[in-house]
Design a protein around this ligand. Structure first.
Ligand code: ZN
Ligand code: ZN
Length: 190
């Protein structure tokens, strides 16, 4: 089985930084900058994502510390998605912090391996950090604007196009009650 086919894999390969020159040289550091194309939407991922091919820009400092290579910096990108109420397109500019210590494997106790990010093959792989950082900053329930009226709950009409849009049942309390009754009928039938 190969993980190369997953959409996220290209970020994992395109954001690896060679850090062999820093190994064992505690106190030395180097800045890196790289802009890579987004790999495309992750199915089942967060609502706001970087559209495929658009820039993901990373600026980071690689720092040699006793335990490994410490990476800190920022990732900036432009996210797109849709309004959680009316499905109109929504975008969001984000600048997220990156902060991770890639531990030298020999500094990590065997039982802690699973929970540690290891410095392996002379590279720090910033791809997974970038993905997590962008997901953290992304709006969970994006809105085209704070007071977006959304869609009619009964027919899906865009309420913004006609705020007076309504159905026969206009009293929301009655509508809710009607809904309850419908549910009960269904339950009885089941
Ligand atoms: Zn909206
Ligand atoms: Zn309607």
């Amino acid at each position: 089985m190969s993980s190369d086919a997953t959409p996220s894999s290209s970020l994992d390969t395109s954001l690896k930084f060679d850090a062999i020159d820093l190994v064992g040289r505690t106190g030395s550091h180097r800045s890196v900058e790289r802009t890579v194309p987004a790999p495309g939407r992750e199915a089942g991922g967060v609502a706001m994502q970087v559209p495929e091919g658009q820039d993901i820009a990373v600026e980071a400092e690689l720092e040699s510390v006793v335990e490994g290579i410490y990476v800190h910096g920022t990732v900036t990108a432009h996210l797109e998605g849709e309004c959680s109420r009316c499905l109109d397109p929504v975008d969001q500019d984000v600048s997220a912090r990156l902060d991770e210590l890639f531990m030298y494997p020999e500094k990590v106790k065997a039982e802690d391996r699973e929970d540690s990010v290891l410095f392996e093959d002379d590279y720090v792989n910033v791809g997974p950090l970038v993905r997590d950082a962008l997901a953290m900053e992304a709006d969970e329930r994006p809105l085209c604007r704070e007071d977006c009226p959304g869609l009619c709950s009964q027919c899906g009409f865009r309420m913004e196009d006609d705020p007076d849009h309504a159905h026969d049942i206009i009293d929301p309390r009655f509508a809710a009650l009607q809904g309850l009754l419908d549910d009960e009928t269904k339950n009885e039938e089941a």
